[in-house]
Design a protein around this ligand. Structure first.
Ligand code: ADP
Length: 489
């Protein structure tokens, strides 16, 4: 039973909010009804008491008419006048109304002799001693009755009252009315609340429907965010961005796997073809040697490809591949320059350098590899007699390393993809270079793992500029660069 309640109501946000809401409303209404009942009881009593006083004031002159003008009322306690006959219109009306409305009156002398009474007047109030000390028309506690009395100067009494039972009945009736009204308000508030909650939660239903469609394979579908300016709109936008990124990542993954297998299939196919050809019949030792050395070359190529792929995979998995230490970017740049020196010379490219020292906290070997990669590209994709400039230095809180070449450049429409895995601007152009298109992808991963960025500016036919930026680290004193600064001045 409880589990069923949980499943259908408690686990649904809509029902949970509704239950909270209705509980709160019910508590508030109950409180109001309670307060009303307390105050109603007091005010009903006051109201009835005022009514009794009004009856008394109306009846008093009927039973005890004032003495004629100029005549001093006698004070000897004698009754001046017998009560009027019950057919006086005021008395008759009083008898009538007391019968129908449940109040009573009683007229008595100071000794308790009853002169007149309505037929429902109880004997319990016919005791002058109850009223002797009371103020004029003051209510006096008579058990079971609410009653007030008027006293004449000769100590005669007119008592007007009603049973407390009648009062209680009236209070109960007022409570019943309050309960009915409260119930109606509760029902209306609940209905309205349910409507508001359902309406408010509708966007969630739409979001989850869209998410479901997407998860079922409609990867291009998105949540409609135009109509949702609320917090849910924000959520929808965030989800849409996530879906965008996910589907992009998925597409990249698919492309990457296809490219990687293509890249490996080519050398395997040529190894197989060559082996098949050679094994067909007896060959010369020279031919065997040729085949074996071709196989070795292909295997080496595949090994380097596999190593680079696994390095990328480790960066993707956010494994700590780096061995960071305090280093000087200028030294790293200088080492990379010396490594690519022979290639530049061979290609007839002029190398220039503008190196300023800047301390970084980095893996020097990895950063050097990045610099070598950028420099090699700058030499490879250059023009005959072209030049390459390497710069290092500090710009704000960033240390930078920049490689600028006067080479063939990269067309604007391809620029955003040069860091993609296996991307080559022009496959035929790179046929001779043997590049696999992984170099820049690895460079980017390395730099990003350092908390930095690798960017490119390029113009077709006039050259490219690759810029690496990583946060500045502590200055490295052992190399003595900034000591020599003092000497240079
Ligand atoms: P590759 O191993 O093919 O050189 P990279 O990832 O290093 O792969 O480079 C990707 C592609 O970007 C290259 O194939 C080349 O077309 C282009 N490229 C890289 N550097 C330069 C440059 N300095 N000038 C012109 N094109 C470049």
């Amino acid at each position: 039973m409880l589990a069923l309640f949980r499943m259908y109501f408690w686990d649904s946000i809509r029902w949970r909010i509704f239950i909270y809401y209705t509980t709160l409303i019910a508590a508030m209404i109950a409180l109001l009804i309670g307060l009303h009942a307390i105050s109603a009881k007091a005010s009903i009593e006051q109201l009835e008491e005022a009514g009794l006083r009004a009856h008394a004031i109306a009846l008093l002159p009927e039973f005890f008419p004032p003495p004629p003008r100029g005549q001093v009322p006698p004070v000897d306690g004698r009754i001046v006048r017998e009560p009027p006959p019950p057919d006086s219109p005021v008395v008759r009306a009083a008898l009538e109304s007391s019968r129908s409305e449940g109040w009573f009156f009683l007229v008595m002398t100071g000794s308790g002799h009853v002169l007149a009474r309505s037929e429902n007047a109880p004997g319990a109030v016919a005791r002058p001693e109850l009223w002797r000390k009371a103020g004029i028309l003051e209510a006096v506690p008579v058990p079971g009755y609410l009653a007030v009395a008027a006293k004449t100067p000769r100590e005669e009494y007119l008592v007007v009252g009603m049973p407390r039972k009648t009062l209680a009945a009236e209070a109960t009736r007022s409570l019943l009315v309050a309960l009915v009204v409260g119930g109606a308000v509760f029902a209306a508030a609940s209905l309205l609340g349910f409507g508001i909650i359902s309406h408010g939660l509708q966007p969630i239903a739409r979001i989850s429907e869209a998410a479901l469609r997407i998860s079922e394979g409609e990867l291009s579908d998105r949540i409609d965010v135009r109509s949702q300016r609320s917090e849910l709109g924000q959520l929808a936008r965030i989800l849409n961005d996530t879906f965008d990124r996910l589907s992009e990542a998925l597409a990249r993954q698919v492309r990457f796997t296809a490219d990687a297998s293509h890249e490996l299939r080519t050398p395997v196919a040529s190894i197989l073809a060559d082996c098949q050809f050679v094994l067909k019949k007896e060959r010369s030792t020279e031919r065997y040697r040729e085949t074996i050395s071709f196989c070795q070359e292909s295997a080496l190529h595949m090994r380097s490809l596999i190593e680079r792929l696994s390095l990328l995979a480790r960066f993707d998995a956010r494994e700590t591949v780096l061995k960071k230490e305090a280093a000087d970017l200028r030294e790293i740049g200088a080492r990379a320059l010396s490594v690519v020196g022979p290639l530049a010379e061979e290609s007839g490219i002029v190398m220039r350098s503008e190196l300023s020292p800047v301390g970084v906290n980095a893996d020097p070997l990895r950063i050097e590899q990045v610099a070598i990669n950028l420099l090699t590209n700058a030499i490879r994709y250059n023009k005959p007699g072209g030049s390459v400039t390497l710069r290092t230095g500090q710009a704000g809180a960033k240390a930078f390393l920049e490689v600028e070449d006067s080479g063939i450049g990269i067309p604007a429409d391809k620029l955003s993809r040069v860091f993609d895995r296996f991307f080559r601007v022009d496959d035929s152009r790179n046929a001779g270079t043997g590049g696999s298109g992984l170099g820049l992808a690895i460079c980017k991963s390395v730099v990003e793992a350092h908390g930095g960025s690798l960017t490119v500016e390029s113009e077709a036919d006039s050259g490219s500029k690759f810029r690496l930026e990583i946060p500045v680290g502590e200055e490295v004193s052992p190399t003595g660069h900034h000591h020599s600064l003092g000497l240079n001045i």
